[in-house]
Design a protein. Structure first.
Length: 262
């Protein structure tokens, strides 16, 4: 087994003492190894289909017993059994839509440990965290009062507006105006973070904080085309120029972008 980084050891310790947890470290910090090592018993791994090969390789590398792991995609989750020692949801933002069939299937799973993993815990809007929070608090006594209703939770934490044409729009974190000072913004987000127990249920490491990396440098390297490439490029260039400069004028057409991509 390869040697672990210090932040990976810290992540494993966090997961082992937190049966329901969100591992939200930046991409490239070895979350998969942490999840595999911290898992217990029969383990179901749920991930996008394109990551099947990655998980197979990582399980072979890090698992004490690869045979206790079962992999499935989100689309096939409904075909799996309900009782597990550990359930791992990789790229857990797939679960943000409570109405999706795989989210409904995920909530039916019973496990002692449930680990969510994503490098982007908030992809677009903070209120999309609701389903994640429901999963993390599922077994707690105050689940129904705190996370039983999405809109009751939204009204608690976010400013809303009922436009005259109907519906409800979510404007942003409550008490936080667009021109708020940086300190007030930081304080309000800290309240949201702690008020939803993310201070104890989520771990996020940043690459710059845990890896001794040199500053990022960029270098442009020009490669000459071989004759066959040059002939193809010149032919495409002629087509492109004829298309957008026909009669000496630029022509806007849907296929011009296609030619440019080629």
């Amino acid at each position: 087994m390869p040697e672990l980084f210090k932040h990976q050891v810290a992540g494993i310790d966090f997961l082992r003492r937190t049966p329901r947890a969100l591992l939200a470290s930046e991409p490239g910090l070895g979350k998969t190894a942490q999840l595999i090592i911290a898992s217990e018993g029969a383990t179901l791994v749920v991930s996008p289909a394109m990551l099947k090969g990655t998980w197979a390789d990582e399980i072979e590398m890090w698992a004490d017993d690869p045979s206790r792991f079962t992999w499935t995609s989100y689309h096939q989750l409904h075909k799996q059994g309900l009782h597990w020692g550990t359930v791992i949801a990789d790229e857990s933002l797939y679960l943000k839509n409570a109405k999706a069939s795989w989210t409904k299937a995920f909530f039916k799973l019973q496990s002692y440990r449930t680990y969510l993993a994503t490098g982007t815990p908030i992809a677009n809007y903070a209120y999309e965290l609701f389903t994640t929070l429901r999963i993390l608090h599922k077994d707690e006594m105050n689940f129904s009062s705190s996370y039983g209703s999405k809109w009751r939770w939204i009204e608690k934490w976010f400013e809303t507006w009922a436009p005259p044409w109907g519906g409800t729009e979510i404007l942003g974190l409550k008490g936080l105006m667009a021109n708020s000072s940086d300190k007030k913004r930081e304080r309000k987000w800290a309240e949201f973070y702690k008020g939803n127990d993310l201070d104890r249920l989520m771990l996020r490491h940043l690459r710059d904080d845990v890896l001794d990396l040199p500053p990022l440098t960029e270098q442009t390297i020009s490669l000459p085309m071989v004759p066959a490439q040059k002939r193809l490029y010149d032919d495409l260039k002629k087509q492109y120029l004829v298309w957008i400069e026909e009669n000496g004028e630029e022509v806007a057409a849907f296929s011009a972008g296609g030619l440019h991509t080629k």
